[in-house]
Design a protein around this ligand. Structure first.
Ligand code: C5J
Length: 229
């Protein structure tokens, strides 16, 4: 049975955007300990990981509202197989040898699936049954079954949260846009180690009439879903 379509409207840049909860997925990109907590991949690259913390509470609010409204929830994790067979040399050879992907760290081997650092932070932990996509690249579509899962559920719109704005969030929105999805970045639910990159990264999405998406925020999504409940 097909569900009736319902268009909710939210304020966004460059213009208001509509979405039907039945064909919308919340996609939370790489909210992993390796990026948000000290001792992980982000810190080994020389970053101040505390800069990402601000995105967690608004993402929690959107996640709760989406769960209550029955939206498809997708979590992604960047990481590699323990034997590194899915990690190209060009990705592995960057950084200090003692702090590269696969090297031991305080939260286990850096960016390796199954290690403590690879897990999603406790505040945003997936519920049993939610989709978790393990991705070897920056984009969530590359070398994953995300596209097949979204197609099977008839998804047309992606509400995108996560870290970092200009790397994995941007790459995923670009990939999604090229595949025909309406992609909406939720600004306060995204973060970067470089506040300027966060600001400019979001501006790039919405510029030129929304060249590859829209930018909104947690508040409008939560309000729209709560009003519809
Ligand atoms: C990075 C990501 N920044 N999740 N990964 O390497 O954005």
């Amino acid at each position: 049975m097909t569900r009736p379509s319902l268009t909710l409207s939210i304020a966004a840049e460059p213009a208001e955007v509509g979405f039907d909860p039945a064909s919308t997925a919340l996609v939370i990109i790489d909210m992993q300990r390796d990026f948000l907590e000290p001792g992980g991949f982000g810190e080994t690259l020389g970053n101040d990981v505390s800069l990402l913390a601000a995105a967690v509470p608004p993402t929690q609010a959107v996640l709760a509202a989406c769960r209550d409204a029955g939206l498809l929830v997708v979590h992604t994790r960047e990481g590699h197989r323990p034997d590194l067979s899915d990690a190209p040399p060009a990705k592995l050879e960057r950084g200090e040898p003692t702090a590269r992907i696969g090297a031991p760290g305080p939260m286990g081997r850096i960016l390796i699936r199954g290690e403590p650092g690879h897990a999603i932070v406790a505040a945003l932990a997936p519920l049993p049954g939610e989709v978790v996509i393990d991705k070897p690249g920056k984009g969530a579509f590359y070398a994953t079954d995300l596209g097949a899962i979204l197609a099977e559920r008839g998804i047309a719109t992606l509400l995108v949260c996560g870290v970092t704005t200009e790397v994995c969030v941007h790459t995923t929105i670009r990939e999604g846009n090229d595949r025909g999805y309406r992609c909406v970045a939720l600004a306060d639910c995204c973060a970067s180690y470089f506040p300027e990159f966060h600001r400019v990264g979001l501006a790039m999405i919405a510029a030129q009439g929304g060249i590859f998406g829209w930018v909104s925020a947690s508040g409008p999504v939560v309000e729209a879903l709560r009003a519809h409940a």
